[in-house]
Design a protein around this ligand. Sequence first.
Ligand code: MG
Length: 234
Amino acid sequence: MPITHLLIDLDDTILNFHAAERRALKATLEAFGLDPSDQNCRIYSEINLGFWQALERGEITRERLLVARFEALYIRLLGLSRPHPSAAETQAFYEKRLSEGHDFMPGAKEMLDALHGKYKLYLASNGNIAVQRPRIRDAEIAPYFEDIFISEEMGADKPSKEYFDLCFARMPDAHRDRTAIVGDSLTSDILGGNRAGIHTIRYNPTGSLSRMDIIPEFEITNLADLPHLLENIP
Ligand SMILES: [Mg+2]
């Protein structure tokens, strides 16, 4: 059955979240009196990734994650004996910065132009509304999509089956065997797509290694290859 509907991930698939995150983080570290060095950014990224993986496993709430990552960062950078800035204020400042501006992943805009009109496109993002809505507006990509599914709004996150069930409830005429998810993350996009029983296409621009336990049906390193791939899924 040919593909008719696409769920497309936002961060690091359409928009370069990595660049936005780095910019926002440096501004935040500086504003709260910490050295905005590459090493401190790396430490934050490590902590942040750990918390998002805990969210994907259902071990922490989104609300708690957003503040807890900065608490953990302050403990790591300042130790326990020195006073810490407020993690909640840090999170609020960071979120504001993160929502400003956008950078596209290479070929993302061209890919959306090529797919729009041929497939029903839906944006499927694990993220919070306060950050994602302004970025989507800024990047002027909303018109490409039939609907936008931000996990905070949906009340469930990728890779839960519930998230995908909620998406399908808002996708008229969509059949799972004619729907594919396209995204960079094995643990949210591909695992979620496999659980939901839809086709999975991993966008893997850096050629990073696969995992034995989460296998995408297809993989692309270049977004420009997606239209051709879709046409050839029988
Ligand atoms: Mg992503």
